[in-house]
Design a protein. Structure first.
Length: 126
């Protein structure tokens, strides 16, 4: 090989190395942002779960909160509230507790209500 071919090969290898390093840096940054979003979502889930558990009107009922963080960072995380309650008032109470707990983040979190009223629970409690 002549000197010009060797120089071109060297420049191509250096450019390829720079592209690989940039790609690794970008992927690392995206993974770090995702981890931060998941940590924040876990904190919000914990706050809502605690609030639901401590609410006197929901005592003894299995109403849970779980947070789902989408892969795409521009989509809002989704809080899912699920469980069974004996009365419509308790269903409304569970929704209000979750919304009140997330009041400072209401625009940033989508709330999905999967709590359903089971009248049979009322009959068993009586």
């Amino acid at each position: 090989m002549n000197g010009e071919g060797t120089a071109t090969t060297f420049v191509a290898m250096v450019a390829f190395g720079i592209v690989v390093l940039l790609a690794i840096g970008i992927i690392g940054r995206l993974l770090d942002l995702r981890r931060r979003r998941e940590d924040e979502a876990l904190g919000l889930q914990s706050r809502v779960s605690d609030a639901l558990m401590l609410e006197p009107g929901l005592a003894g009922l299995a109403v849970t909160a779980s947070m789902h963080v989408p892969l795409w960072p521009r989509k809002a995380p989704k809080l899912e509230i699920a469980g069974r309650v004996p009365t419509p008032d308790q269903h409304e109470l569970a929704s209000r507790v979750a919304m009140r707990t997330l009041a400072d983040r209401a625009a940033q979190v989508e709330i999905e209500d999967k709590v359903w009223v089971d009248p049979v629970m009322r009959e068993h409690a009586a």
